[in-house]
Design a protein around this ligand. Structure first.
Ligand code: AKB
Length: 320
C-alpha cells in the first residue's frame, strides 16, 4: 500500500466527497485524512474538523499524521463569492497561503490546487480558449484563482514545492451537490428531472459553458498528481476540457429519457458571470504532458447521471 499520507481540505464538498473515496481506494483508508469546516459524523475513515484559515490547526494535523500530500479543495465559489467579495478573497487566499507555508515548512511533498475556468474574462477567444490566454477575471473567485495559480508557480520555483493544478470546468456528478457556483444548474436540473418536476434555469438557454463529468475530473486530478515531475511543464494551472453544452442542449439530452421534462429560463446575476467565461477549452497541454483524455460525452454523462441518481433516490426513500 501507499507510503503517502494524504490530507484533503473541503472533503465534504462536491468534489471532496468523491475524491476522498477514490484516494482511500488508492492509498488505503488509514492513509487519507479528510477535513472540513463542519463535522461529518457519518464519515467512514479518518475525519478531522478543520478551519483552514487557522495555520496552527493545519500544522497540527500535518505533524500528527505526517502528511506528505495535500489536496486543498476548500474555497468559496464564483456565485457565492460575489455576495461577499472581501471575505471571499480573505478566505480563499488565507487558506491557500496556510497550505503552502505549512507544506514548505513541514515536509509536505506535493500539493494540489484546484483552479477554474473562472480565471478567464475579458479579451479571450471564447471558443477553444488557449492555455496562455489573458487572465482578467470578472469575479473575486476568479481573481483569487489567478493569484493562487501564480503563487503555486512561485512556491515551486522559489522553494521547490511540487504544487500541481487544473483549471476545472463545471463539474457534474450524482454523488454530491455543488454549492454556490455558476455551473450548478447542470447538476440541479437532473435532480428535478428524476423527480418528474420541471426546472427553472438561472442561465439563458444558449449559455454554452465547459463542463466535465465527475468520473473524468477525478481521474484527471489523480493522473496529474501521479505524473512524473519532469512531465509537468505548466506550473500555474492546466486547462482541462470534458465537453461543452448549453442548457437547451442539456434539456434535449434529458428529454431522451424524460420526454415530458420542461425547463423555463429566468437568468439572474449568474448570467453575467457565465457570459465572461469560455465556451470551450483547448486542453492540448494536459493531453501532451500527462495523456489527458475525457471519456464522457454529454449523452453518456446524462445516461449515467440519471441511472445513478435514480438508485440514490430510491435508496434514500427506502431509508426514510
Ligand atoms: C463555479 O461555477 O464557480 C465552479 C467553477 C467553474 O469553478 N463550478
Amino acid at each position: 500500500m501507499s507510503q503517502n499520507t494524504i490530507l484533503i481540505t473541503g472533503a465534504s464538498g462536491q468534489l471532496g466527497t468523491v475524491l476522498t473515496e477514490k484516494l482511500q481506494e488508492k492509498h488505503g483508508v488509514v492513509n487519507v485524512i479528510a477535513t472540513d469546516l463542519r463535522d461529518n459524523p457519518n464519515f467512514v475513515g479518518t475525519f478531522e474538523k478543520l478551519d483552514a484559515t487557522d495555520f496552527d490547526a493545519i500544522k497540527e494535523i500535518v505533524l500528527k499524521y505526517k502528511v506528505t500530500q495535500i489536496y486543498h479543495l476548500a474555497a468559496i465559489l464564483s456565485a457565492n463569492g460575489e455576495k461577499y467579495p472581501l471575505s471571499t478573497w480573505d478566505i480563499n487566499m488565507k487558506t491557500f497561503f496556510n497550505i503552502l507555508e505549512v507544506s514548505r515548512l513541514h515536509n509536505v511533498e506535493k500539493v494540489f490546487f484546484p483552479s477554474s475556468i473562472a480565471v478567464f474574462g475579458d479579451n479571450i477567444d471564447r471558443i477553444d480558449t488557449a492555455q496562455s490566454s489573458n487572465l482578467t477575471p470578472s469575479t473575486v473567485y476568479g481573481i483569487s484563482k489567478v493569484a493562487g495559480e501564480n503563487w503555486s508557480k512561485y512556491y515551486f520555483e522559489k522553494y521547490g514545492l511540487d504544487v500541481r493544478s487544473i483549471r476545472y470546468p463545471g463539474v457534474i456528478g450524482y454523488q454530491s451537490l455543488p454549492g454556490g457556483g455558476t455551473t450548478d444548474y447542470a447538476v440541479e436540473i437532473f435532480h428535478k428531472a428524476i423527480k418528474n418536476e420541471n426546472y427553472e434555469c438561472f442561465l439563458s438557454n444558449s449559455t454554452t459553458l465547459p463542463m466535465i463529468y465527475m468520473e473524468d475530473v477525478i481521474r484527471a486530478t489523480i493522473d496529474l498528481m501521479d505524473a512524473p515531475k519532469k512531465a509537468i511543464t505548466i506550473r500555474t494551472s492546466y486547462n482541462l476540457a470534458g465537453f461543452s453544452f448549453n442548457p437547451a442542449q442539456l434539456t434535449k439530452a434529458i428529454q431522451k429519457v424524460y420526454p415530458d421534462f420542461q425547463v423555463t429560463y429566468n437568468p439572474d446575476f449568474r448570467q453575467k458571470i457565465a457570459d465572461s467565461w469560455p465556451m470551450s477549452i483547448d486542453d492540448s497541454d494536459a493531453r501532451k504532458d500527462w495523456n489527458w483524455e475525457p471519456k464522457y460525452t454529454i449523452d453518456s454523462m446524462t445516461i449515467d447521471m440519471i441511472e445513478n441518481l435514480k438508485i440514490k433516490f430510491s435508496e434514500e426513500h427506502l431509508a426514510v
